[in-house]
Design a protein around this ligand. Structure first.
Ligand code: 13P
Length: 333
């Protein structure tokens, strides 16, 4: 019974034409995003900004779910409606980021481990009471001369699997996010081989921890050349390489793959999602869980000004609509 609804939630999150809005920036990340547009990050400004996003009329046409941050899931709209309720009322599924960010991995210079497993079971219970129906945990893998190391990959894959098992125990769909960063001078070939290794380890650990894959979603990076590599690869090849990796490493029982944008421009992320969806059918839905690629254009228009709210909401709706088109391979940039 429990699992029936997990499966239904996972499938609803990757319904045709729809994807996820990641609005779960931590306090330091939100401060960084606001600093770019000259806005000070206070609790009230963050609340107002997230309200702008969540009350965009028509958002649910192409946005199936929204990932919230711990502060955000406790905030309310100006008229006093809790954000998770406001979202659910429009047919959008509320989710929650539960990892506590990365820390240096002891003994592994330049590599990080994601923290947050201690005390996670009671936190899940609280988030369920607050209305969350899915969760996210992000592991971060850096490519470098001798990186990533097997020790770092193993520790992060294990943590992802422990998190996913606890999420399912609480009745939430775990979004499993092992992000191989695009920073670096590595080739697309290296990104492909590292991403394959990472995903195989993650699925090995998920099986060991008895995670029900049909009640999960994968949130991976697209397979891209390093930003400092100077390599230029067109969207068709990015899609082909990404799908080759996924087909090698991701079990067909997983209902959907929701890509992160990871520092690609909004246009790049959408164009590549479109290219991916021109190569269907695949075993899984190919969707999005974009943060920056949905929000950067909104922040640019908003500038922290009340009189720009409507225009900012139009910018969000436009990106959502374009990504919705890309879900069908029908995006035109
Ligand atoms: P980006 O799409 O900006 O990478 O953010 C998605 C996300 O939630 C990262 O954890």
């Amino acid at each position: 019974m429990h699992h029936m609804s997990l499966h239904a939630t996972a499938e609803a999150l990757v319904a045709p034409g729809k994807g996820i809005l990641a609005a779960d920036e931590s306090l330091p990340t939100m401060a960084k995003r606001f600093a770019r547009i000259g806005v000070e990050s206070t609790e009230q400004v963050r609340r107002r900004y997230r309200e702008l996003l969540f009350t965009t009329s028509g958002l649910s046409e192409h946005v199936s779910g929204v990932i919230l941050f711990d502060e955000t899931i406790r905030q309310h709209t100006t008229d006093g409606t809790p954000f998770p309720r406001a979202l659910a009322d429009t047919g959008i599924i509320p989710g929650i980021k539960v990892d506590r960010g990365t820390k240096p991995l002891a003994g592994f210079p330049d590599e990080v481990i994601t923290e947050g497993l201690d005390g996670l079971r009671p936190r899940f219970d609280e988030y369920v009471a607050l209305g969350a129906r899915f969760a996210k945990w992000r592991a971060v893998i850096r490519i470098g001369a001798a990186l990533p190391t097997p020790g770092c990959l193993e520790a992060n894959a294990h943590a992802l699997a422990r998190y996913a098992a606890l999420a399912q125990e609480a009745g939430l769909v775990p979004v499993v996010e092992p992000e191989v960063l695009m920073d670096g001078t590595h080739s697309i070939h290296t990104c492909a081989s590292v991403t394959t290794t990472v995903l195989r380890l993650v699925y090995d650990q998920l099986a060991r921890q008895r995670v029900d894959l049909a009640g999960t979603l994968l949130k991976p990076n697209m397979v891209l050349p390093g930003t400092g590599s100077g390599e230029h690869v067109d969207d068709t090849e990015i899609a082909a390489r990404t799908l080759a990796v996924l087909r090698d490493a991701v079990p067909a029982a997983v209902p959907g793959v929701v890509f992160l944008s990871g520092g690609q421009t909004a246009e790049q992320a959408t164009a590549r999602l479109d290219a991916l969806n021109r190569r269907v059918p695949q075993p899984w839905e190919l969707s999005f869980s974009f943060g920056r690629a949905l929000q950067a254009p909104v922040l640019d228009v908003w500038e922290g000004r009340e009189d720009n709210v409507e225009a900012a909401q139009s910018a969000l709706l436009e990106r959502a609509w374009l990504n919705g088109a890309a879900r069908h391979g029908r995006y035109r940039s």
